[in-house]
Design a protein around this ligand. Structure first.
Ligand code: GDP
Ligand code: MG
Length: 182
């Protein structure tokens, strides 16, 4: 069958976490295969899309980014509305960004108000594993995995947007968990 004949599934994925952890960079790496060292806290669009085939199913991932408002104000209900998956991101070299994950997790559930919060699909990314070859790490892999295990076995990936490590895998996992929740 022609790909264009297939039923399309639209999945809304939102990316949350402290400012500077690499949310925009991970999305840009995933969708455009680009990386910039420059820090640009704002982008123009609310979301970017990527098409992918999962088990013969055509999926449009609509990936929503913050425009830097995570630093000082709430994100607004349109950002959260209808989300199918929430990707939480922290920087493994900044302990504070790990501590605030609970806030982002709770804020998501409060704002998006999913039907069954206990099984809502989250994915956690520990980003910037390339820095100093991992020697400036402040959060162990084990600690991150424990955090995930105690919240309904959230899938965990350690990533580098800069070196393109585990980025495709992480977004694919997000899309797959979102599909199971459809
Ligand atoms: P956001 O505020 O969460 O969207 O973070 P950005 O994507 O804007 O990234 C903040 C800064 O971290 C930028 O200077 C990026 O170049 C840098 N950055 C993002 N991801 C990585 C990474 O995986 N490795 C390294 N070394 N730097 C990164
Ligand atoms: Mg950003």
């Amino acid at each position: 069958m022609d790909v264009s004949m297939k039923r399309r599934t639209l999945l809304k994925v939102i990316v949350l976490g402290d400012s500077g952890v690499g949310k925009t960079s991970l999305m840009n790496r995933y969708v455009y295969n680009k990386f910039s060292e420059q820090y640009k806290p704002t982008i123009g669009a609310d979301f970017i899309t990527k098409e992918l085939l999962i088990d013969d199913k055509l999926v449009t991932l609509q990936i929503w980014d913050t425009a830097g408002q995570e630093r000082f104000q709430s994100l607004g209900s349109a950002f959260y509305r209808g989300a199918d998956c929430c990707i939480l991101v922290y920087d493994i070299n900044v302990h504070r960004s790990f501590e605030t994950l609970q806030h982002w997790h709770d804020e998501f559930l409060k704002q998006a108000d999913p039907t069954d919060p206990d099984i809502f699909p989250f994915v956690l990314l520990g980003n910037k594993i390339d820095i100093d070859g991992g020697s400036s790490r402040m959060v162990s892999d084990k600690k991150a995995r424990e955090w995930c295990a105690s919240r309904g076995n959230i899938p965990y990936f350690e990533t580098s947007a800069k070196e393109d490590h585990n980025v495709d895998e992480a977004f694919l996992a997000a899309a797959k968990t979102a599909l199971t929740n459809e």
